[in-house]
Design a protein around this ligand. Structure first.
Ligand code: AMP
Length: 380
């Protein structure tokens, strides 16, 4: 199927060509016509499947001809779990709406930054992408009204529930008009998501994209047995000898993330750290530098990593293993996306060996292991 056969307008088709989207991803083939028909949709798909453009394009189509908003009323509300995802999703809306005949204003709002500029900018906004807590603050201060929302999107609904936004979400649902379109996207369909689906969605079209296997085939996985003290030198050895230009490194704690990136910098490797204790400005800056290639290594905790969308990320390194196999899969899913191959490397200490076996069993794939004792880490 081509994008034009899906019923998108010439200006959106032009924007797709500019973005080098030559043909729709599987989820887009199914989601776009359903949203254009104003149906409710339950989409089970991970980041990397192309779900964002899957809802952005038809929402922009549906908005054409009715983008006039009453003061501080918005047409479309997209709820997301993190600031990073809020920024990314709003960027996709902005990119695809740039050439449309009717002007569409998109804005992202999230906590961790001062609220006043957001309050002032919330004039004539059509599409609001928001994290739940900040949205409620803005509603309370009457900076935005939700009673005329035509379409509600919940993106990464499972993550929003995991992060404890349940209460905020139900408060928000109460503020919405009864008649509206609901689109719910989630990487997994657990009991919590099913409950929300039952409350929210009306006779939805259910779309499930099994992507894991395809993605795994694109990722070559490798593990190194290494003692805890040698993890730093091994990391630097891998980065330097493979001349890695863009690598995302995961560690578990804020302290570890800072520590790893400090040591990388001391060893002449351009690195930045990103975690929840950094200010929003510092996080945005670090991500920007990483995307532009100004820094080669981004060291992150899991919480931050979820929403990060970087095309063609060639390397992911697990400095430490995450506790849950799901998070492991999520981490390595940062690479091997959008049809480009990637490499995921895990540094496994003696204590982590048992846990890594469990992860591999859950994943249904065995990872080739290398003994780092054979490597000459002197000088790294
Ligand atoms: P998402 O799952 O929405 O985070 O999208 C994953 C990545 O795929 C993003 O970097 C998109 O820009 C890219 N993408 C989405 N749809 C297409 C498409 N049809 N063709 C090429 N790239 C796409």
């Amino acid at each position: 199927m081509s994008f034009s056969a899906l019923g998108l307008s010439p200006s959106l088709l032009k924007a797709l060509v500019n973005q080098n989207y030559s043909e729709p991803y599987p989820i887009q083939n199914e989601v776009i016509p359903a949203i254009l028909k104003k149906r409710d949709v339950l989409g089970i798909a991970k980041t990397g499947s192309g779900k964002t453009a899957g809802y952005v394009l038809p929402i922009l189509m549906n908005l054409q001809g009715k983008t006039v908003t009453k003061n501080r009323h918005v047409n479309v509300l997209v709820l997301v779990p993190t600031r990073e995802l809020a920024m990314q999703v709003s960027e996709v809306f902005i990119t695809f709406s740039a050439g449309l005949p009717d002007r569409v204003k998109t804005m992202a709002v999230f906590g961790g930054v001062s609220i006043n500029p957001q309050m002032m900018a919330l004039q004539g906004v059509n599409i609001l992408v928001a994290t739940p807590g900040r949205l409620l603050e803005l509603v309370e201060s009457k900076a935005v009204h939700l009673s005329e929302i035509e379409t509600l999107v919940l993106d990464e609904a499972d993550k929003m529930l995991n992060l404890g936004f349940r209460e905020e979400m139900s408060l928000i649902f109460k503020l919405l008009p009864k008649k509206r379109q609901n689109l719910l996207f989630s990487a997994t369909l657990n009991d919590d998501v099913t409950r929300i689906n039952q409350i929210l969605l009306q006779n939805p079209i259910v779309i499930k994209i099994e992507q894991e296997e395809d993605t795994f085939d694109l990722i070559s996985q490798l593990g190194y047995f290494v003692c805890e003290e040698k993890k730093g030198p091994l990391l630097r050895y891998l980065i330097k000898t493979n001349n890695m230009q863009q690598v995302l490194v995961f560690a578990d704690s804020v302290y570890k993330v800072d520590n790893i990136s400090d040591k990388l910098r001391k060893n002449g490797i351009k690195a930045a750290a990103i975690h929840s204790k950094k200010s929003q400005g510092a996080r945005t800056e670090a991500l920007k530098k990483f995307k532009s290639g100004e820094v080669n290594v981004l060291v992150a905790t899991d919480l931050i990593s979820r929403g990060i969308d970087i095309q063609f990320l060639p390397y992911v390194i697990n400095y430490e293993l995450p506790r849950s196999p799901k998070d492991y899969i999520h981490r390595i899913g940062r690479t091997g996306r959008a049809e480009s191959p990637g490499e995921a490397i895990s540094l496994i200490s003696l204590e982590e060996q048992h846990h890594f076996r469990i992860i591999q069993k859950k994943m249904g794939k065995w990872v080739t292991m290398i003994d780092s004792d054979k490597l000459d880490l002197q000088g790294f």
